[in-house]
Design a protein. Structure first.
Length: 167
């Protein structure tokens, strides 16, 4: 918020407002704030705080030269088409307007990453020395366990399993 340096009377777009807690702080400072988020439950929470909030994706900003500033806190990593979002932010700003965004930094998602790795490990996915491995245990009369290294470390994996016989 310090980097944004909001001034009373400024019109500010909060991109990815979430539950509106930070948006409310801007409104309490005397800013005219428009809040957008792609999550309807988050928008409903923001509206309960008395905010002007709409369910709009960051990739679908409809504004043109309306805001002194666009503010975004911990949202940009959720945007799939950053170029489209940035073009919308640019269009939304008045000439000379500013875009202030907080993005995740070193260590900020450590707990999330740790929990995710643990959950994946419980389901047979693991990383050893930077290589993704897929583990599978199949049990019928005896257990058969295998580990398959994936050298490409691709972002997604599809598994198709088919039950054979009465296994």
């Amino acid at each position: 918020m310090d980097l944004l340096a909001p001034k009373s009377g400024e019109r500010i777009l909060d991109l990815g407002c979430g539950d509106g807690v930070l948006t409310k702080k801007l409104a309490d400072l005397g800013c005219e704030v428009v809040a957008v988020d792609s999550s309807v439950p988050q928008i409903e929470a923001a509206r309960k705080l008395g905010l002007n909030a709409s369910a709009i994706s960051g990739e679908d900003l409809p504004y043109k030269e309306e805001f002194d500033a666009v503010f975004s806190n911990a949202v940009l990593h959720w945007i799939r088409r950053a170029d489209v979002m940035l073009a919308g932010v640019y269009r939304s700003l008045k000439p000379g307007g500013r875009f202030v965004a907080e993005c995740g930094g070193h260590g900020c998602v450590h707990k999330i990453r740790t929990a995710l790795v643990q959950a994946l490990n419980r389901r047979g996915f693991e990383y050893v020395h930077g290589v993704q491995n897929i583990s599978a245990v199949v049990t019928r009369d005896v257990s058969d366990w295998s580990v398959i290294p994936r050298r490409d470390n691709s972002e997604s994996l599809w598994l198709r399993m088919q039950r054979q016989g009465d296994a």
